[in-house]
Design a protein around this ligand. Structure first.
Ligand code: C2E
Ligand code: CA
Ligand code: CA
Length: 658
């Protein structure tokens, strides 16, 4: 029971301390009590009351034994406390019960000591002095020993001292009456002292218990703070969706692994093929499930000590030590195998994965990552579900990519870039109907940089708009030359990648420039390719603005991309260009002929112009003419050439025709 406003826990702890102190003090007092009892019996025997003395001693010893036994009896409340409230309540009740029993036993012991009066005829016999001194001594001792719990010394001392006072008062006489009163005074002083010492004990016990509780609370707070810190550290280094490491966590762990001496580790970069369509078609929650499932499949397949991470989006990374059991190529093939398996518990279509590997002692993680990235790029270019290990061939490409990114801005400023033009023929190849602008860069170290790489380098270097403006300027120059020559039916086509289209305001830039130069939009064409699943929404508005202004939109590389009939309409395409992979060699392929026929039919049905690209031989040209393909482009008819050369040829071709 809590006292003095102590909380229930603190109150119980103080009571526990009290019981422990009581048990200690009672056990210490027992030998003295027994010794004094034996002396009392001896004195009684000396005075001729041997039988009574012995009986009294036997009674006293029995009570002492009982008190001793009580102090030794097990009490669950004194063992290490358990946290559960029902246990605590039971423990507190047990402590209280033991304190009450100890008080009762002390009272019985006190009653036995009050029977001493029988041994000395009510404190009138000559041995009274001995008994009085013993009684005073034992009661004083009880109070000084029983500091913890006042009820016990009080119960013990009250019966004998009241008996002494009563007997002395009964016997009468001035001295005895005074002694009786003094005894009462003595009893009162002892009782007060007992109460006060208990108060002191409780105060000390409270302070001790509070300090312990405080220490425990601090310990718990410390433990929960460090658990929180651990959790925060985990979150900072792990991906919440998949449970794999994130980029930062991976960088930390992988750097340590790379620095470790030993055989070269292998770094893999994995990029899902077709994940964007999963998100678009099945929704983002399915996309999330796919990522989580892919992560699980990777974990199951990888050797246990491999590091695996999700770099965000649909890109994953793995670092592991190749072994005889798992050489890099085998592991990459196994990973592709598990990722492409269908999802059993939900529908998400078929997913693919491309993997780039770097198996070398990279001087740093950054360098290994760029090598693996280069290999990934090559794997993706080769088609779905492939892996590629970084090698010397890729090193050349990597250097080229790095250098083109570094040197592009200088080349743009110093006229290092050029735009060439390739004729597009109408009337089955009889007459130039258009010119396609193709960017060119002859790099001082790497030679001709592929146009796609120039565009990508511009994106990496933040030069997308500068590059577009440069090409537009050359295109406008060609349009001006044609106008100056009085030609008004040759369109100039300019390639714009979907990424450029999405990133910069192509429509505003182009229309603004045409307006400034007074050029007619109807003489310009924008070719857009669907090399990756095109984010139609991001480009639709701009293409709409361009086509509204009169600029024709052509869908490039038709037949190999992700183009759908719907996208033709959404993109406002007025022309499709059949990819050269479907054209080159068509004279020898029924399949290709069939496909071209189908596209021509589609063009007629939708009112679209159809251009066949990649006409490389006379046979293909004949075959295309036979199919009735009106617009043709390819090395056999005319190669890309610098502007002045291409324009001269186009105009010459005109005069020939005339
Ligand atoms: P594309 O738009 O399909 O351009 C046609 C590509 O095929 C050109 O390669 C051209 O030189 C090549 N070609 C033309 N006739 C034949 C042929 O008969 N046989 C073969 N094998 N190839 C032929 P190029 O110039 O290397 O350009 C490659 C791609 O780079 C272009 O493909 C286009 O997507 C992109 N590109 C070129 N210039 C630019 C540009 O200024 N801006 C943007 N964004 N992309 C460009
Ligand atoms: Ca093109
Ligand atoms: Ca093309």
């Amino acid at each position: 029971m809590p006292r003095n406003g102590d909380g229930p826990d603190l109150g119980a702890s103080i009571r526990r301390d009290q019981l422990e102190a009581v048990r200690r003090s009672v056990q210490q007092a027992m030998p003295v009590n027994a010794l004094l009892g034996a002396t009392g019996a001896l004195v009684a025997a000396q005075a001729g009351h041997g039988g009574a003395g012995l009986a009294w001693f036997a009674l006293s010893s029995a009570i002492n034994l009982a008190r001793f036994g009580l102090c030794r009896a097990p009490c669950p409340g004194l063992v290490a406390p358990e946290a559960s409230p029902p246990w605590q309540a039971r423990a507190a009740a047990c402590v209280d019960r033991h304190l009450r029993l100890a008080t009762l036993a002390a009272f019985l012991s006190g009653l036995v000591w009050s029977l001493v009066a029988l041994l000395c005829e009510g404190y009138t016999a000559p041995q009274s002095l001995f008994y009085l001194v013993v009684t005073c001594g034992i009661t004083a001792g009880a109070v000084t020993h029983g500091m913890a719990y006042a009820a016990i010394p009080a119960s013990f001392i009250t019966p004998p001292l009241l008996t002494v006072a009563g007997c002395l008062a009964w016997a009468g006489g001035f001295d005895r009456t005074c002694l009786a009163l003094t005894t009462l005074l003595y009893l009162a002083a002892l009782l007060r002292s007992a109460v006060e010492t208990e108060r002191g004990f409780r105060r000390t016990s409270r302070l001790k218990n509070e300090a312990t509780a405080l220490a425990r609370a601090r310990q718990e707070a410390h433990a929960s703070a460090s658990a929180l810190a651990d959790e925060m550290r985990r979150r900072a280094t792990h991906d919440a969706l998949t449970g794999l490491m994130n980029r930062a966590g991976f960088a930390q762990a992988a750097e340590a692994r790379i620095l470790r001496p030993g055989p070269a580790p292998c770094l893999m970069l994995l990029d899902l093929d077709g994940f964007k369509s999963v998100n678009d078609v099945y929704g983002h929650s399915t996309g999330d499930r796919v990522l989580a499932e892919v992560a699980q499949r990777l974990r199951r397949t990888l050797p246990p000590e491999a590091l695996a991470a999700r770099f965000g989006g649909d890109e994953f990374a793995v670092l592991y030590d190749p072994s005889a059991e798992w050489p890099p190529a085998d592991l990459a093939a196994a990973l592709i195998g598990v990722v492409v398996e269908r999802f059993e518990s939900f529908d998400a279509g078929r997913l693919g994965v491309s993997i780039g590997l770097c198996h070398a002692h990279g001087p740093s993680l950054t360098q290994m990552l760029s090598c693996a990235d280069e290999a990934l790029y090559a794997a993706k270019a080769a088609g779905r579900d492939r892996f590629r290990i970084f090698d010397e061939g890729l090193r050349g490409r990597l250097e080229m990519r790095r250098d083109s990114e570094r040197d592009l801005s200088h080349a743009l400023a110093e006229n290092g870039l050029a735009v060439w033009f390739q004729p597009i023929f109408g009337e089955g190849g009889g007459r130039v109907a258009g010119l396609e602008a193709l960017v060119r860069w002859n790099h001082p170290v790497h030679g001709w940089v592929p146009p796609g790489e120039i565009v990508a380098a511009a994106a990496r270097a933040g030069l997308t708009e500068s590059l577009l403006r440069f090409i537009l300027e050359q295109v406008c120059g060609a349009m001006q030359s044609l106008r100056a020559a009085g030609v008004s039916d040759i369109r100039v086509a300019m390639n714009v990648s979907p990424r450029e289209m999405a990133q910069i305001p192509v429509d505003e830039i182009v229309l603004d420039r045409l307006r400034t130069l007074g050029l007619s939009p109807s003489l310009l064409e924008i070719e857009i390719t669907e090399e990756t699943a095109l984010d139609i929404e991001a480009v639709q508005g701009k293409l709409l603005a361009l086509s509204r202004a009169g600029i024709r939109v052509a869908l490039d590389d038709f037949g190999i991309g992700y183009s759908s009939l719907a996208s033709l309409r959404q993109l406002r395409a007025g022309r499709v260009k059949i990819d050269r992979s479907l054209v080159t060699g068509l004279s020898a392929s029924d399949d290709k002929r069939g496909l071209i026929q189908a596209v021509l039919g589609l063009g007629r049905a939708l009112g679209l112009e159809v251009v066949a690209e990649g006409v490389e031989t006379a046979e293909d040209l004949v075959a295309l003419r036979a199919l009735g393909c009106p617009l043709l482009q390819g090395y056999h008819l005319g190669r890309p050439a610098p502007a002045d050369h291409a324009l001269r040829q186009a105009l010459a071709c005109r005069t020939d025709a005339a």
